[in-house]
Structure formats: structure tokens, C-alpha cells
Ligand binder design. Structure first.
Ligand code: CMP
Length: 137
């Protein structure tokens, strides 16, 4: 079964909408195979987003992702990577389709409520970055 990585970002955790976001996944055929709440430090957030290291928004991105706890999950289901991305909506909430997580819960391109892997290959690497095999059930 396909797996993907999801992060509920600090803005959504602060708003108290963890449950509402998880409900979007579970109501749409995605199963939570692993889940943990954690506080990222600059090293962990910086390494996770290393692919963006040269982008002008990298510093703010790392700062934002360390501004409060996040919830990291492995989601599992048929076509999980693409399904999660459909449920999230566009990166910029202003462009996110009605009814998507980002349209409903996000405030800005930085505080955009959730992260989701953008390919099945990246999903495998992102899952390994946060979870050991024993934590995924
Ligand atoms: P995410 O899917 O977590 O991947 C990288 C994040 O960088 C993205 O969501 C946004 O929150 C953030 N970001 C900030 N500015 C930009 C931008 N101009 N383009 C893409 N991502 C951006």
C-alpha cells in the first residue's frame, strides 16, 4: 500500500485543528500508519527542507517550522501521495481550491497548515527522515 508523509505545521497545531485535519485524511480513505507530535529544532527543520536551501524563503521557512510543535504522520492508502496533495490544495492558500485543507485552515504561503510529500520517491525518504520501521504500523 502506498505511503506518504504529512506534517501538520505549527500554525494549525496552534489553532487546535489537528483533529479536523486528521479527519480529512481518515474520511477520504487515508489511514494513519504512524503519528507523533514533536518540536523541530533548526537542524532538523533545515535538514528536512535542505532541497530549498538556496531559495530566498528558506530562512523564514525554518524559523516558522521551529516556532511551535508539529504533528508528523505517515498516511497510507491507494494513491496516498496524490490523494494527500489533492486534500491539501495549492501551496499558497490564496490559490487553494475550496474545501481543501489549506483553503480552510491556512493563512499564508508560510503558515500553510500542512506539508505533504510531492512524489512517491520523496515520500519514502521523508518517512525515513522521521520514523523508524518499528514506529510504522
Ligand atoms: P511545503 O509543502 O512545506 O514545502 C516548502 C514550503 O516552503 C512550502 O510548503 C511553503 O510553506 C514554503 N514557502 C514559502 N514561500 C514559498 C514559495 N515562494 N514557493 C514555495 N514554497 C514556499
Amino acid at each position: 500500500m502506498e505511503q506518504t508523509l504529512s506534517i501538520i505545521k505549527p500554525d494549525a497545531v496552534k489553532k487546535g485543528v489537528i483533529g479536523k485535519i486528521v479527519d480529512r485524511f481518515e474520511s477520504n480513505g487515508l489511514r494513519v500508519a504512524a503519528m507523533k507530535k514533536m518540536q523541530l529544532d533548526a537542524k532538523k527543520a533545515g535538514d528536512f527542507y535542505a532541497v530549498h536551501a538556496e531559495r530566498p524563503f528558506y530562512g523564514e521557512l525554518v524559523e516558522f517550522m521551529t516556532s511551535g510543535p508539529v504533528v508528523v504522520m505517515v498516511l497510507e492508502g491507494e494513491g496516498a501521495m496524490a490523494k494527500n496533495r489533492d486534500l491539501m490544495g495549492a501551496t499558497n492558500p490564496k490559490e487553494a481550491a475550496k474545501g481543501t485543507i489549506r483553503a480552510d485552515f491556512a493563512d499564508s504561503i508560510d503558515a500553510n497548515a500542512v506539508h505533504g510529500s510531492d512524489s512517491v520517491e520523496n515520500a519514502a525518504n521523508e518517512i525515513k527522515f522521521f520514523f523508524s520501521k518499528e514506529e510504522i504500523v
